[in-house]
Structures are given as structure tokens and as C-alpha cells.
Design a protein around this ligand. Structure first.
Ligand code: GAR
Length: 207
């Protein structure tokens, strides 16, 4: 396969995953072009990172300016399609995508989630793992389908939970792994690609 991926990153938060992807791309370690960054929050650190890094299209769309989720998502989809991005990379995007949006980009939306899915889906994965008392947790890169945090799994990394962890210390340890795993997974998609068998991801051999 061996090609560069043109990607749009959607982010709501501080943007550390976006930053490592941009850095890896600029250092020639990850064959992606971040053509667009889109956020639903004007104060998202991800927008500052994108502007600082010279990303072509840096877009904030306000969900409150749209009558419903479907019309907001349709506006996002139109902006993304206009940039010619073939992959959408969710990096801390904290809104649930409508089915219509997901169907518009079948098998082309990636997400990173701060737990070992299928454990602890949803918006409070780190707190939920701590409250449950698991000794190991981690992060998951997966394809997005219409089930929340339920799409086919591309890659996972395991992180130990320490007895004195709180949400922030555990999340920081998970993020160290996220920052390695997300660029690595994008590289593997570009260089080898994968085949889906039902919900099983089979990685192709690199050329
Ligand atoms: C990441 O830890 C990511 O796994 C999580 O948000 C954080 C964003 O961090 N995503 C979710 O919880 C999605 N349900 P960042 O803004 O520093 O990249």
C-alpha cells in the first residue's frame, strides 16, 4: 500500500494526541498529512496547536448554531469532504457522531479511547476503571461504527493501575501510551492497511 494518508482530525480538548500526530508527520515518522482540524469548542487547545503548526484548514463549528445533531454533523461532513480528506481521526472529540455521519465515511473514522474496550466505554472511562478496581487498563484505537465505542479494534496498549492513582495520574500514564499508539497505528494503516472480517481487523503485510 505505502501511501500518505490525508486526514482530518476532530478534537474537543487540549489536543495532545493531535500534537503528537502532527509532530510525527513533520519528523517523517508517520506518513500522514493533517489537512484539517475541526473542533466543536472554541477554547479547545487543539485549535491553538493546529494554528501554530500551520494546518491548512482550522475550523470551529458551534453545535448550538444548528437545530440538531444531524445538521451539525452534516455541516462538519461537508467541510471535511471539501478538503478531500479520506480519513477522519477523532482525538478527544467528545460528541457522539450521528449514524448519518458515520455512514457517510464507512470504515474511515478512527477513534482513540482511554480504556481497553469493550471495558469502560463512554465519556468517563478513566474514572470508571478506577472505580471498578481493575489492575490493568489502557487505550484502544478503533474504527467508529454506529455503536458508541463499539467498532472494530485496530490496536490496544496495556497500562497498570497503581493503588494511589487518581483520575489525573492514571490518565497521564494512559496518555503516554496513546501518544505512541495513535501515530503508530496511522503509520501501519498507510504502510500496510487492513482487511475487515466481520468485526475482526486483519493487518495486511507491508509491501
Ligand atoms: C484522550 O485520552 C482520549 O483517549 C480521550 O480524550 C483524551 C483527549 O486528550 N477520548 C475519550 O475519552 C473519547 N471517549 P487530548 O485532547 O490531549 O488528545
Amino acid at each position: 500500500m505505502n501511501k500518505r494518508l490525508r486526514i482530518a482530525v476532530m478534537a474537543s480538548g487540549k489536543g495532545s494526541n493531535l500534537e503528537v500526530i502532527i509532530d510525527a508527520a513533520q519528523q517523517g515518522k508517520c506518513p500522514v498529512d493533517v489537512a484539517m482540524v475541526l473542533s466543536d469548542r472554541p477554547e479547545a487547545g487543539a485549535l491553538d496547536i493546529a494554528r501554530r503548526s500551520g494546518i491548512e484548514e482550522v475550523v470551529h463549528l458551534d453545535p448550538k448554531a444548528f437545530p440538531d445533531r444531524a445538521s451539525f454533523d452534516a455541516a462538519c461532513a461537508e467541510r471535511i469532504e471539501a478538503t478531500g480528506c479520506e480519513w477522519i481521526v477523532l482525538a478527544g472529540y467528545m460528541r457522539i457522531l450521528s449514524s448519518h455521519f458515520v455512514r457517510r465515511f464507512p470504515g474511515r473514522i478512527l477513534n482513540i479511547h482511554p480504556s481497553l474496550l469493550p471495558a469502560f466505554p463512554g465519556a468517563h472511562a478513566v474514572e470508571d476503571a478506577l472505580a471498578y478496581g481493575v489492575k490493568l487498563t489502557g487505550c484502544t484505537v478503533h474504527l467508529v461504527d454506529e455503536v458508541l465505542d463499539g467498532g472494530p479494534i485496530l490496536a490496544q496498549a496495556v497500562v497498570p493501575v497503581h493503588e494511589d492513582d487518581d483520575r489525573d495520574t492514571l490518565h497521564a500514564r494512559i496518555q503516554e501510551q496513546e501518544h505512541r499508539l495513535y501515530p503508530e497505528t496511522l503509520k501501519r494503516i498507510a504502510e500496510a492497511g487492513f482487511t475487515l472480517e466481520g468485526r475482526l481487523v486483519r493487518w495486511n503485510k507491508p509491501d
